[in-house]
Ligand binder design. Structure first.
Ligand code: 5CA
Ligand code: ZN
Length: 408
């Protein structure tokens, strides 16, 4: 898949701070410690609808991780997938009498445009599930050989499942107990009642071809991939293991990231798959979780079409902490717009308060588990202060550009 357009990230004067980030597996804020090249895999969209502000907030959180690592002098090898074949895509295409391939291409193109407008730095590799099928088949075949995977006893549809006990570490990523796992598995795309599974929690690796569904010929028989194995394989084959970070929204903690870790750990024999599993909170609209099934979605593309400045959207989403479930409201956008105007006035003034101190505080807050509310407050304080240093406005503008991704 084609990734989206990048933009230069300026260097910021002063001393960077190593990034500390919350890790779901160890349930605490820990330092990230990448080598010269930091490796990050963030789960991409399932392109059956336009990008809403919940998706955008999640990609913005990992864009800040990307920027903190760049500030610390690391290269960042960032990989993201597109789930361009899965049940929700097929269901939407059927509902709308659309072609599932065209639907996926159209929504992915719109997503790229939204990401460019929001100034989200692109992944180095942007990989679709469909183009990865040969890699996925090889991995599933390996899991079958070593006994981590099995076929259900069904002559018509001999689907392949992953035995969730294969690594002996299941639960290490989410730390959920079995009742919680059982509930989320059923709610989030799992099939606990599929006849022939060894255990209700076992996850689909390869779905044998059904009439009227797309399928691909392979050594496993004709079929299509399950969801979690897609992310394990795309990440492993490009980034190796362990990766520095696997990211997504908190609705991916279980089953998706638990299984993508378990699949990867079975394939490599190494633990952990990721040094950090980091999850963004859910964005709601006026108090109700923004979700496609509820239909209460605010699309980035809709706001752009209404001439809302994407930098005001960015500031609105960053005004809350990335891990906090929070609401998008008209006020959040209005405040984002007002803040953008104040900051623009301050960085185009002839002079301002000295920049060193505010840039140091910006770095301190961002390196502390991406504390954007405090980071934004630090810039607010500087902008309100005024001063006589003629070099300060340009220096703050550069720091806000590089570290917060906001073009003033
Ligand atoms: N393709 C899979 C991941 S491999 C998927 O979950 N796609 S998605 O389109 O449903 O979601 C894309 C990303 O947006 C995921 O990280 C998901 O956790 C996140 N996301 C979805 N809804 C929200 C929301 N309301 N608030 C914050 N993030 C959200
Ligand atoms: Zn994923």
């Amino acid at each position: 898949m084609q990734t989206w357009q990048s933009h230069p990230v300026p260097r910021v004067a002063g001393t960077p701070r190593p990034l500390r980030l919350f890790d779901t597996a160890t349930a605490g804020v820990r330092p990230t410690a990448p080598g010269p090249t930091a490796t990050m895999y963030v789960c991409g969209i399932t392109p059956y609808d336009a990008t809403h502000l919940g998706h955008a907030a999640t990609y913005l959180a990992f864009d800040l991780v990307h920027r903190q690592w760049l500030d610390n002098g690391h290269e960042v090898h960032y990989v993201q997938n597109v789930t361009d074949i899965d049940d929700p895509l097929l269901e939407r295409a059927e509902r709308d009498r659309d072609d599932w391939v065209v639907l996926g291409m159209r929504e992915t193109a719109l997503f790229r445009e939204d990401m460019v407008a929001l100034r989200v730095l692109p992944p180095r590799e942007y990989i679709g599930a469909v183009e990865s099928i040969p890699e996925i088949v090889t991995a599933v075949a390996k899991l079958l050989v070593d006994g981590s995977a099995y076929r259900v006893d069904d002559a018509e549809f001999p689907d392949v499942y992953f035995d969730h006990t294969a690594t002996g570490r299941f639960g290490a990523e989410s730390n959920y107990d079995e009742p919680t796992m059982t509930r989320f598995f059923a709610e989030r795309g799992g099939d606990p009642d599929r006849a022939g599974k060894r255990h209700p929690l076992d996850a689909l690796l390869w779905r044998a071809a059904r009439p009227d569904e797309p399928s691909w010929d392979s050594e496993l028989g004709a079929g299509r991939p399950g969801w979690h194995i897609e992310c394990s394989v795309i990440a492993l084959n490009r980034l190796g293991t362990p990766i520095d970070l696997q990211g997504g929204g908190s609705d991916l903690i279980f089953p998706h990231h638990e299984f993508s870790a378990a699949h990867a750990e079975s394939l490599t024999g190494q633990h952990p798959f990721a040094r950090h599993y980091t999850h963004a909170g859910m964005i709601a609209l006026d108090g109700a979780k923004m979700s496609k099934s509820r239909g209460n979605l605010v699309f980035v593309s809709r706001l752009r079409a209404d001439n809302v400045d994407p930098m005001a959207i960015r500031l609105g989403l960053l005004s809350g902490h990335y891990r906090q479930d929070r609401s998008w409201t008209a006020d959040v956008l209005t405040e984002g717009q007002a803040r953008l105007a104040r900051w623009r006035a301050a960085v185009t003034a002839d002079a301002g308060a000295p920049a060193d101190d505010v840039i140091a505080r910006l770095r301190d807050h961002l390196s502390n588990d991406l504390d954007t509310p405090q980071a934004l407050a630090a810039i607010d304080g500087w902008a309100a202060q005024g001063g006589t240093d003629p070099a300060a406005p340009a220096a703050v503008r550069t720091a806000v550009d590089a570290l917060l991704g906001v073009a003033l």
